[in-house]
Design a protein around this ligand. Structure first.
Ligand SMILES: [Zn+2]
Length: 125
């Protein structure tokens, strides 16, 4: 039996995103300096805009719940997994100058996370 069309489109969409991420990783690892600079100038703003759009959708509502991750039956308290991932990748390890910081175990980084770190950054713009 063939899968329904929306399932196929979903797979195509996800593959395209994974391939894009693979391409960027490949460039970061292999491109020469001028190419890397050019890629960074064009891609970094796209990546930051992407994070902003995603985080804005996951901003907590007035009750402190994520409107996207909550269901009618189960409320998801902020910070939801999207905000936690953003903190892990962008703040805790992502932009740290030492590459060894990026390989710290998740539990250690979580223990050091200040409670206010996932505040309302998107509103600060
Ligand atoms: Zn969420």
């Amino acid at each position: 039996m063939t899968p329904p069309m929306d399932e196929i489109l979903g797979q195509v969409l996800r593959n395209a995103v994974w391939e894009r991420l693979d391409m960027l990783s490949e460039l970061a690892n292999r491109a020469d300096a001028p190419s890397l600079l050019s890629v960074a100038r064009s891609e970094l703003p796209r990546l930051t805009e992407g994070w902003r759009a995603m985080l804005a959708a996951h901003e907590p509502d007035e009750k402190g719940n994520c409107p996207v991750c909550s269901t009618r039956w189960r409320q998801q308290k902020a910070p939801c997994s999207v905000w936690q991932a953003a903190y892990e990748h962008l703040v805790a390890g992502g932009l740290a100058p030492s590459p060894s910081n990026a390989r710290r175990p998740l539990a250690e980084k979580k223990a050091k996370r200040p409670n206010s770190a996932t505040g309302r950054l998107a509103n600060a713009r």
